[in-house]
Ligand binder design. Structure first.
Ligand code: SF4
Length: 327
């Protein structure tokens, strides 16, 4: 078997508990997804993850609460007001609670993510959280996915019923978005200070992103001791100014998921590794967290993502069963 010996040496050290450096992470990401080294990365990450998390596949749900042209203008997001084709829509309380019931009544969700837009008012965000919190079982956590916020707002989110928040310093922040990395880090620090769980991810990965860019972003999530890490590829959004760059393969996403796993398992707060969107290569490469989705989705061009990009809970369960996970 012809395998790069420096690679094998590094993998052995990682298995023994070594947290890789930026340079070592870049090295792992430098192999093509079809290489033997990438297959070994995925296989070792899968074993490390199943051992760490007890071979348990976790299911999360996400409700997209609002659709509107968003002034955040992220060049990868189908809500950007520069090219969106969506007609604005905000779920009524009845629609919101019906979707929460549909996701949570079986008690199978680990956490329910509520996604609002960058320009959704803070009052509306608090109201969405508190209404859903009153409705769903206490055992189901709530995670909020929203724009940047202050420490006092983080405390208000928590008081309203949020357990965690998804927030990321994204690839291309400041060039593909209007936000600065300082803004994103400030919010992440507010999440940590308030005691909310930090959901993080290496995203949105496109073919143009270098191993150095990804390594820096992956290690930031470990440094912040995130509750959930993960990997997500950028999807093709027609009319976006990034559309011509294309997308990475599921196999490359799985390799990156494996590399994320090898660092994230060292984080003391880590409870799961996500892959977005859910796929079998990803959950056999270290991921043990996938999301069913309903409502709007910034990676979709349909206003109702279920049946398009979004999976149902049953489809997530079947994916786990096929890959040998316990539910
Ligand atoms: S990613 Fe968020 S902030 Fe950026 S355009 Fe989409 S909804 Fe707005």
């Amino acid at each position: 078997m012809r395998v790069n010996t420096d690679f094998l040496h590094l993998i052995n050290r990682i298995e023994e508990g070594h947290l890789y450096t930026q340079q070592e992470c870049e090295f792992l990401l430098s192999f093509p997804e079809t290489s033997l080294e990438a297959s070994i990365t995925r296989g070792v990450a899968d074993r490390l993850s199943r051992e760490k998390f007890g071979n348990k596949g976790l299911i999360f749900g996400q409700i997209g609460v609002e659709v509107a042209p968003c002034g955040g203008r992220c060049r990868f997001c189908s809500f950007s007001d520069e090219f969106t084709t969506f007609t604005p829509h905000s779920l009524s309380d009845e629609e919101l609670l019906q979707k929460a019931d549909d996701f949570c009544s079986s008690g199978e969700l680990n956490a329910l993510a509520l996604m609002v837009l960058h320009n959704t008012s803070f009052e509306r965000t608090l109201s969405v959280i508190s209404k859903v919190r009153e409705r769903i079982p206490a055992s189901t956590q709530i995670m909020i996915n929203m724009g940047d916020f202050s420490l006092s707002q983080a405390e208000e989110l928590k008081a309203a019923g949020a357990d965690g928040s998804y927030h990321v310093w994204r690839l291309g922040e400041g060039t593909d978005t209007i936000f600065t990395k300082e803004q994103r880090f400030a919010t992440i620090e507010n999440i940590k200070k308030s005691g909310l769980d930090l959901y993080y991810c290496c995203e949105p990965i496109g073919p143009e992103h270098t191993p150095a860019q990804m390594a820096e972003q992956i290690l930031k999530g470990v440094e912040y001791e995130c509750f959930q890490h993960g990997a997500m590829r950028r999807v093709f959004v027609p009319h976006s100014s990034l559309a011509h760059l294309g997308v990475i393969s599921e196999l490359r996403l799985a390799q990156i998921t494996g590399v994320v796993t090898m660092a994230a398992i060292h984080s003391p707060e880590i409870t799961s590794i996500g892959v977005h969107e859910p796929n079998k290569l990803g959950i056999t490469s270290g991921a043990n967290a996938i999301y069913a989705e309903t409502g709007s989705n910034p990676r979709d061009t349909k206003s109702e993502t279920t049946g398009s990009h979004g999976l149902t809970i049953e489809a997530c369960k079947q994916m786990y069963r096929e890959c040998g996970f316990e539910l």
